[in-house]
Ligand binder design. Structure first.
Ligand SMILES: Nc1nc2c(c(=O)[nH]1)N[C@H]1C(S)=C(S)[C@@H](COP(=O)(O)O)O[C@H]1N2
Ligand SMILES: [Mo]
Length: 426
């Protein structure tokens, strides 16, 4: 018995010794005391009877002990939940794939319910043959699979003026990262034919949803023909209603607003439509009062998800796993640095896997925490060598009037108690 415990303990010691550059100190032994622990010495309920049979739950939800790992909204942010947003519990998740059931939702006129039989996708405008596809038509085109993040441009938007919302879920939770399968938008456009459009360089597609808001957006033809996906499934199963069942548009790396849910129409146009969602909304007002528009790409960004205000350190000093997420709308994450002292010194974090284009990366920094205060930050660098800016660097360029596209470095003040607070180190 004792032998089987030895292996992991030894390798953990060696591993921590190797990470000594990030602090050294006492190494915690396993915290459970074997002698006299009734969880070891007594026969427990779960071992004195039988468990549930198969089919007890034909499609399961997370076990009740995980019931706090849920989407949450901030009621004062919006007047009504119909046109509102909630946040992914990123502080409580690990890995990179967001389960659909807790992936943030953003609706302009509520999540609608549509049967596959009632689904129609029209393609019209400057195409050779205007077409209408049923769901059954769409699934007969060759399919692709890709993992991509979807981030609302408003993610972190409440933090422009100063630290405001106390939790990674609320400051950075307007993001999800899923594996989609579907048909490339290019395939659909080519089926209708683009000869009628002439030179494609200055052409656009206008995409809209079947919900009352329609959430119409203009996308340059170059992007439409590049990597956009007309998606049916996320993480292997049909899209959830709230994410656009039965069909949504996936626009890799670009702001979430363009990822049209309940996709009903694609119009090829010779100019952008300048819809509400790309003029009065989703533009960025600058210091001089003019606004940037067509700010589609989501710049490189990262956040420490744990420890964080909703995920305090409960085990005291010693080995500590610092972890978080990083992503870039311009490519793949190449490196993530973590600072324990508000950006004075940086340590290169370990990426759980090599970065993938326009998908979330998971990073870890394994330290030996000495129990003193930390100002925890993370800084993402993508494969275009773009470096995530500090708050000051971002404000120098963008001023204070923006809401959207805030990708600055986030700081958590981790106190000796292990509790953490959202603070500004600009
Ligand atoms: N048809 C339609 N598509 C839509 C929206 C909408 O309200 N209606 N909201 C957009 C916005 S602002 C975002 S951020 C993403 C959010 O996708 P999600 O709800 O799957 O997280 O969907 C986009 N697509
Ligand atoms: Mo959004």
């Amino acid at each position: 018995m004792s032998d089987s415990f030895k292996g992991p303990t030894t390798s953990r010691r060696q591993f921590l010794a190797g990470a000594a550059s990030v602090g050294a100190g006492a190494i915690a032994a396993g915290s459970a005391k074997a002698a006299g622990d009734p969880l070891i010495t007594e026969v427990q309920d779960w071992a004195s009877g039988l468990g549930e049979g198969v089919d007890e739950v034909p499609y399961s939800l997370p076990i009740e002990f995980e019931s706090d790992v849920i989407r949450r909204n901030v009621p004062w942010l919006t007047a009504d939940p119909i046109s509102s947003i909630n946040f992914t519990p990123i502080h409580a998740l690990d890995g990179t794939i967001t389960p659909q059931g807790c992936a943030f939702e953003r609706h302009h006129s509520g999540a609608i319910e549509m049967r596959k039989q009632d689904y129609r996708l029209m393609i019209n405008g400057l195409v050779d043959t205007p077409l209408v596809f049923t769901y059954e038509d769409l699934v007969r085109f060759p399919r692709e699979n890709h993992v991509y993040f979807c981030e609302c441009a408003a993610n972190t938007g409440m933090e422009w003026a100063g630290a405001q919302l106390n939790g990674a879920q609320f400051t950075h939770g307007m993001i999800h990262n899923m594996e989609y399968s579907g048909v490339s938008l290019r395939t659909i456009l080519q089926e209708a034919g683009l000869d009628a459009a002439g030179d494609l360089k200055d052409k656009w597609v206008y995409v809209e949803g079947a919900d009352a808001s329609s959430n119409g957006r203009s996308i340059p033809m170059e992007k439409a023909l590049d990597d956009c996906l007309v998606a049916f499934t996320a993480n292997g199963e049909a899209l959830r209603k709230e994410h656009g069942y039965p069909v949504r548009l996936v626009v890799p790396g670009w702001e979430g607003n363009m990822w049209i849910k309940w996709l009903r129409r694609i119009e090829v146009t010779d100019a952008p439509v300048e819809s509400r969602e790309e003029t009065s909304k989703y533009t960025d007002t600058q210091e001089d009062g003019t606004s940037r528009k067509w700010t589609w790409e989501m710049d490189a960004k990262s956040v420490v998800t744990s420890p964080s205000p909703q995920s305090p350190i409960k085990h005291g000093s010693g080995p500590l796993v610092i972890t978080g997420l990083a992503w870039s709308g311009r490519g793949a994450i190449e490196r993530v640095d973590v600072s324990l002292d508000g950006g004075k010194n940086w340590h290169e974090a370990r990426l759980a896997a090599p970065g993938e284009k326009m998908a979330v990366s998971r990073f870890y920094l394994d330290i030996n925490w000495d129990g003193t205060d930390m100002l925890l930050q993370s800084r993402a660098i993508d494969d275009t060598d773009y470096v995530q800016p500090t708050k000051t660097q971002l404000r120098d360029v963008r001023g204070l009037n923006s809401i959207y596209h805030n990708n600055c470095i986030q700081t958590w003040w981790v106190k000796s108690s292990g509790e953490a607070e959202n603070v500004e180190v600009s």
